[in-house]
Design a protein around this ligand. Structure first.
Ligand code: AMP
Length: 388
């Protein structure tokens, strides 16, 4: 089945047209700076990349351009899959778009206002433009929804939890689900307790026992957990009250600071990109060295937390930008887990490949893999399962 996968962000819209049987990607691209001056579409097809400078005042215009561009691809679109950041309390799994399910995406939008409203608008436009095509909602939170109550519940009053739906929702669920599926197949179903380590500009770990999410490091929102590119990860929640009262910072200012000006960027005082930070460390920059040290420290700590949620771990899988590419950062995290019996082979770790691979030594107590993620394929497979 040929599926168009759409991933709408607050000012961007990524798309990919692929086939679920062969995994072939016919075309993909990104509409950037939607609603901002200087908008453009980066499109690639048959290994050729083009940049189209076009006015993109809103997501509606962007998706119309995408459909125009895709007319040149000699492949029919047979279904559309929409990545939705927050599925809230309505989506334990992906669902076909109806008036009701689309309403749910909007109803839970206060939990992810920068994303869900744009995503709902794009879904609506797709339905209007192509009423004959089925659309599927694939929330990034769905995989985590049925984690045990002791993992999702926060120890705050029950009426607050119930009225405002305050709980751990997690994120990167589509990636973690794809990683489970790939690891399960790659290890001939020998994996039972997996910690999936999605380390990119956003980063989260997920404890997965026999395909079931047992816990994850992101919380009500993707701000919780690990140190990320520009997000602080877990801090004492009272930091917010303190800064509001004492530093006179507004809630919005603290929100921006913690989401956009923190993490590796803040500690390194240089960049949110791990490549720049690794380069800085190699040049003797102490702040960059501290940023990396904190990344290893927190990732290894939360790895142990994920293992505790399953009372054990047999496999660890690195994925996403850092997890798939950074030899140094994989080694740094593994070194801090040597006490748990994690041992990676430096030669295997240095191999670059687009295929899943083992990088641990034969005597490592925990098997360590690098597994390239493919959220688009996972979304497309959900579309096929629901519409195919
Ligand atoms: P993602 O959000 O999964 O696209 O990951 C993006 C992040 O991955 C970038 O900000 C970099 O920090 C990191 N990254 C990407 N490529 C490399 C690489 N070759 N070596 C080290 N880090 C990388």
């Amino acid at each position: 089945m040929n599926v168009l996968v759409v991933n709408a962000g607050s000012s961007s819209l990524k798309y990919q047209l692929l086939n679920t049987t062969t995994g072939e990607v016919f075309a993909k691209g990104n509409c950037e700076r939607i609603g901002i001056d200087g908008s453009f579409i980066g499109h690639s097809e048959n290994g050729k990349k083009d940049t189209l400078e076009v006015a993109l005042p809103d997501h509606k215009t962007a998706i119309k351009h995408v459909f125009d561009i895709l007319k040149t691809v000699d492949q029919p679109i047979e279904g559309i899959g929409h990545r939705v950041v927050q599925g809230g309390w309505y989506f334990p799994e992906s669902k076909v778009v109806t008036d009701e399910t689309l309403g749910w995406v909007r109803e839970v939008a206060p939990l992810a206002p920068l994303h869900n409203y744009a995503e709902a608008d794009v879904i609506e436009i797709c339905r209007e433009m192509f009423p004959e095509l089925g659309n599927v909602i694939v929330p990034d939170t769905a995989f985590h929804y049925n984690m045990p109550e002791h993992a999702w519940r926060y120890a705050i009053p029950r009426d607050v939890v119930d009225t405002y739906h305050v709980r751990k929702y997690g994120a990167h669920g589509t990636s973690h689900r794809y990683i489970w599926r790939t690891v399960d197949e790659f290890t001939n179903h020998e994996t039972h307790k997996l910690v999936s380590c999605h380390l990119g500009s956003g980063a989260s770990l997920c404890a997965i026992e026999d395909g079931q999410c047992m816990d994850t490091t992101m919380g009500l929102t993707p701000l919780d957990g690990l140190v990320m590119g520009t997000r602080c990860g877990a801090v004492d929640p009272a930091t917010v009250f303190y800064l509001n009262r004492v530093a006179n910072m507004s809630i919005d200012e603290i929100d921006t600071m913690m989401n956009k000006q923190s993490g590796l960027l803040a500690v390194s005082a240089k960049s949110s990109d791990s490549r720049d930070i690794e380069a800085g460390m190699n040049e003797g920059d102490e702040k960059c060295a501290m940023a990396l040290e904190m990344f290893y420290y927190r990732t290894s700590q939360l790895f142990a937390e994920m293992a505790a949620s399953m009372e054990g771990v047999d496999t660890m899988a690195f994925t996403a930008g850092i997890g798939e590419n950074s030899v140094t950062m994989r080694q740094g995290v593994a070194d801090r887990l040597a006490w748990m019996g994690v041992k990676i082979d430096p030669e295997l770790n240095a191999i670059r490949s687009d295929d899943p691979r083992v990088i641990s030594t034969p005597d490592s107590k925990i098997r360590v893999l690098v597994v390239p993620t493919n959220e688009e394929l996972m979304i497309a497979l959900d579309v096929e399962a629901l519409l195919g």
